[in-house]
Design a protein around this ligand. Structure first.
Ligand code: 3PG
Ligand code: MG
Length: 399
C-alpha cells in the first residue's frame, strides 16, 4: 500500500490536479513518438480525472537536457500523440512554470488538459529545489503521482512538490506497478525464476543479491555474464567484461551456492568477431570462446535449457536481454526467452526498457502478465530499495 488516501477517495469535480507522468518516451528520426506505451499506461488516470471534471495539468521530463533548453527534447510530440489517443486537444505549454503557464492553467475548463514543457529544462527540477517545487505546485488542489518510471528520482516534481499541495495521491498506474511488483516479491507462486541479463553487472548487483534469497532458479545471461565466466576462470575472448566486478560476481556465485539456490549460466554462446550483422559467427560451448571472438547471444542448448526452466515455473521475472537483439543474427536467444515467457502458464513480469522492447519485437506483449513502465525504477523496486517518489506520498499522508 502506498498511502492511506487513494485517488478514488478524492472528490475531483472542478479541482485543479497536477499529474506527474513519465512521458520520457523514445522519438524517431522525424521527432515523433516511436513507442507510446508509457503514454497509454497513464490514460486510465487521465481519463478518470477528466470524466469527473477536473482541470488537468500534466508534467514530465524527457531525456537528460541537464537544466538547459534543448528543443529536440520538447514534449510537443507527446502532446500531439496524447491528443490523438484521447481524441481531443491537449494544450502544450511553452514552459513548466512562469506567468504564461499560469495563464494557461487559469484558462482551463473542467476536463481541460495542459501538458507542461520538459521539467528538466530547469536545473532546479533535478536539484529538488524548494522554490521551484512551490512554483510547480502553484494553486493545485491535488497532486497525483503516476510516474512510476521516475519514482526512483528525488526531484522537485516527484518529491519537493508534495510539500506544497493540500493533497497527494498515487495514480492508477503507480498503484498497479507497486501492487504487481510487490506481489511477486512477497508471495510468489513457486517455482520462482528470475532471468537477469543486460550489458552491465554493475547495474544489476543489488537485484541479484536480493533475488538470491527469493528465487528458486536464477538464470544469468547477456553481456554481464562474461564477467561471471571470468570469475570462474573461463576465458571469454573479446566479450564485454567489467574487470572491477569480477570479485563481486564471484561472491554472488558463492552466496547462491551457500543458500542452495540454483544459479544457471548459459552452456553455449553465439560468438562473433565483431558487433555487426555481417561478422562471421558460430556457436561454441561455454568453455570454448575463442581468442579474438566475443559472445553476442546465448546458444541453442542454452535456449533449450532456459525455456525448460521458464516453462516449469509458476512465477517468472525477466530483466535484461540475453543477447544483442538489436542486431538480427544475434536476436534469437532474446526472442526465444520472450516466447517462453509468453507460453508460461504462470505469472510473468518484465521490466527495463530494452527487455520490454524485446517482448514487443517478439510480438508477445499481450501474453505477459505485467510489463513494467519502469527501467531504473523497476530495478530498484525489485532490489528492495525504497523509491523517493513513493516515500513522499506515504510521508505526506502519514502526517
Ligand atoms: C527512465 O526512462 O528510466 C525514466 O524516465 C527516468 O529517466 P532518467 O533515468 O533520466 O532519470
Ligand atoms: Mg533510466
Amino acid at each position: 500500500m502506498i498511502s492511506k488516501l487513494t485517488l478514488k477517495e478524492v472528490d475531483l469535480s472542478a479541482l485543479r490536479v497536477f499529474i506527474r507522468v513519465d512521458f520520457n518516451v523514445p522519438l524517431d528520426a522525424r521527432g515523433t513518438v516511436a513507442d507510446d506505451s508509457r503514454i497509454k499506461a497513464t490514460l486510465r488516470t487521465i481519463d478518470y480525472c477528466q470524466q469527473r471534471g477536473a482541470k488537468i495539468v500534466l508534467a514530465s521530463h524527457m531525456g537528460r537536457p541537464k537544466g538547459k533548453i534543448v528543443p529536440e527534447l520538447s514534449l510537443k510530440p507527446v502532446a500531439d500523440r496524447l491528443s490523438h489517443l484521447l481524441g481531443e486537444k491537449v494544450i502544450m505549454a511553452p514552459d513548466c512554470i512562469g506567468p504564461s503557464v499560469e495563464k494557461l492553467i487559469n484558462g482551463l475548463g473542467e476536463g481541460g488538459i495542459l501538458l507542461l514543457e520538459n521539467l528538466r529544462f530547469h536545473p532546479e527540477e533535478e536539484l529538488n529545489d524548494s522554490h521551484f517545487s512551490q512554483q510547480l505546485a502553484g494553486q493545485s488542489d491535488l497532486y497525483i503521482n503516476d510516474a512510476f518510471g521516475a519514482a526512483h528520482r528525488a526531484h522537485a516534481s516527484t518529491v519537493g512538490i508534495t510539500q506544497f499541495v493540500p493533497q497527494a495521491v498515487a495514480g492508477f498506474l503507480l498503484e498497479k506497478e507497486v501492487e504487481q511488483l510487490s506481489r511477486i516479491l512477497t508471495k510468489p507462486e513457486r517455482p520462482f525464476t528470475a532471468i537477469i541479463g543486460g550489458a552491465k553487472v554493475s547495474t544489476k548487483i543489488d537485484l541479484m543479491e536480493r533475488f538470491i534469497s527469493l528465487v528458486d532458479d536464477l538464470l544469468l545471461c547477456g553481456g554481464m555474464v562474461y564477467t561471471f565466466l571470468l570469475a570462474q576462470g573461463v576465458s571469454v575472448g573479446t566479450s564485454l567484461i567489467e574487470e572491477n566486478k569480477v570479485d563481486p560476481a564471484r561472491l554472488i556465485l558463492q552466496k547462491a551456492q551457500q543458500k542452495g539456490r540454483r544459479i544457471h549460466l548459459p552452456s553455449d554462446f553465439v560468438v562473433a568477431e565483431s558487433l555487426s550483422a555481417e561478422s562471421p559467427r558460430k556457436v561454441v560451448p561455454r568453455e570454448e570462446i575463442p581468442a579474438g571472438w566475443m559472445g553476442v547471444d546465448i546458444g541453442p542448448r542454452s535456449i533449450e535449457e532456459f525455456s525448460r526452466i521458464i516453462r516449469a515455473s509458476q512465477t517468472v521475472v525477466w530483466n535484461g536481454p540475453p543477447g544483442v537483439f538489436e542486431i538480427e543474427p544475434f536476436a534469437e536467444g532474446t526472442l526465444s526467452v520472450a516466447r517462453s515467457l509468453a507460453e508460461s502458464r504462470g505469472t510473468t513480469v518484465v521490466g527495463g526498457g530494452d527487455t520490454v522492447a524485446a517482448v514487443h519485437k517478439a510480438g508477445v506483449g499481450d501474453k505477459i502478465s505485467h510489463i513494467s513502465t519502469g527501467g531504473g525504477a523497476c530495478l530498484e523496486f525489485l532490489a528492495g530499495k525504497s523509491l523517493p517518489g513513493i516515500e513522499a506520498l506515504t510521508n505526506k499522508n502519514q502526517g
